[in-house]
Ligand binder design. Sequence first.
Ligand code: GTP
Ligand code: SPV
Ligand code: MN
Length: 596
Amino acid sequence: MTTASLETPLTKNPAVLKWVEDCSALLKPDHIHWVDGTEAERQNMISTCLKTGELEELNQALLPGCYFHRSAQNDVARTEHLTFICSPTKEDAGPTNNWMAPSEAYAKLKGIFDGAMKGRTLYVIPFIMGPAGSPFSKIGVEITDSLYVVLNMGIMTRMGNVAWKQLGDSPNFTRCLHSKADLNESRRFICHFPQDNTIWSVGSGYGGNALLGKKCLALRIASALGQKEGWLAEHMLILGIENPKGEKRYIAAAFPSACGKTNLAMLVPPAHLVKQGYKVWTLGDDIAWLRVGPDGRLWASNPEAGFFGVVPGTNSRSNPNAVKTIRTNTIYTNVGKMANGDVWWEGHDNLPPEECLDWKGQKWNPDMDTKAAHPNSRFTAPARQCPSIAPNWEDPAGVPLDAILFGGRRAHLTPLITESYNWQHGVFMGATMASETTAAQQGGNVGVVRRDPMAMLPFCGYNMADYFGHWLSMGTKIKNPPKIFLANWFRQGKDGKYLWPGYGDNMRVLLWILDRAQGKGASVESPIGTLPTKDAIDAGGLDLTAPVMEELLSVDRAAWETEIADIDKFFATFGSRLPAALKSERDALAARIKKA
Ligand code: GTP
Ligand code: SPV
Ligand code: MN
């Protein structure tokens, strides 16, 4: 029996009622609140947060509807070393995931959850991943003691009555249990139980650790579901490109955390292409669910309703659409805050303020060698506010893909763009992708190259070797598969500077990709795949010399031999579970490099 004060549940769903009853008996909250997702409720929650300090009001003249949140200093990014896939066997989780036996994980976390909500309110958040009414949407219910989580979930998902209605009496929902508990890192665990459709997260209030619909449900749990049901849950943005004739084509792209998905998704083309009539439409910036459509093409849809984006570096040159999106109704987490209620971060349009409070709440000025905003500070903003949001972004069917783009942050080695020979070679490219680590992961070094297959290293909910197998088998089900490419916006010259201008100019590469997808575009064969000829990518108006373009597209044989040795080490970790097709792609690559 719970002693929590009573509020009439907003659902009669027996499975939900029983589960909330059980959780409440464990967590012992003072009060239970059933989230309805109404505007009145949201305003009440904001008022409460302003009283407790969980939120601070920003300058409402400059930033209407915007609030500021400072997280605990030890809780500013996902903690991959504390994230577990608790499948029945270690082999099911595979060598790239941390694993804990389900019984051990449940027992350990029960100990931490026990009484963790004493003196607090337990919020029951119903939410939909995917558009309301879509047959492909998944429903979750998150229990949390964090109002910051509720308010963020309200932006990132379809939350409240709409979800209660869609769930009805079905027992089919992801059970997401979250408590900040005491925010102690030694008692922080993010555990996934794919076989139980359950997530338990404790000890963190941060984004991907606490907004359980996002990475936990829509990637880790969903990837495991997708393997069973024949679809893919991917760490991908989705964008549409409209040509001057009004024809729209779609690309999905997987880059690791803080490697440019939000920026590419909201891309503004260079002026001369805008003049010609090109437009870019945003459909999603972080997660895509991919299914084979009745037409034999691969269709992508975004299960989220908002953007949880990296703040530093966001300005009118790098991402004007994001700048406009985050002017209203946005929650800013861990940025710099000025006395006038404005916000500032490294890479802001405005010059640094003479003085402000940094993300830790300490006095800061530009002469200090610390940063005002945490490098992983984030905005949470409704997707519908984005000026480039596609009119069809909530279409349940999604959009058909012409191309899939994999990419990483690599100072050396991989060219600006490489086209795969076919689906299997493309899967090999994705499976062997590597990238330098960023501030989006806590507890590791920044800037270290690591293998991050399909940008899913921290997000795959089952054995990565089986995930590769699933990708390969999807290829046999797609009659007209999208072409697969590998991009690198981050290649550096000898002076350590980026060779490629990036951002809006990435449009030039996207146009070559779309040309190739239609059997056009000048290309040249290389040992690693098909490359653009040195003048195939429109460089008009760019300050980019021919030698730089050559360097961007160069393939260094010795460096690729070292790369293959490293791929071998990575593949060896999967033992006999690695699909033979990937081994043969590796051998073919090695043979081509040797011959080159
Ligand atoms: P997550 O939300 O963590 O999944 O990140 P993301 O992949 O959406 O990355 P985002 O677009 O927020 O970009 C992260 C960082 O990369 C920012 O500091 C950007 O300024 C920088 N960046 C994005 N695109 C480019 C590019 O084309 N070139 C260069 N040099 N930097 C870029
Ligand atoms: C990422 O790290 O890839 C993010 C932010 O998109 S989080 O939601 O914290 O995972
Ligand atoms: Mn991400």
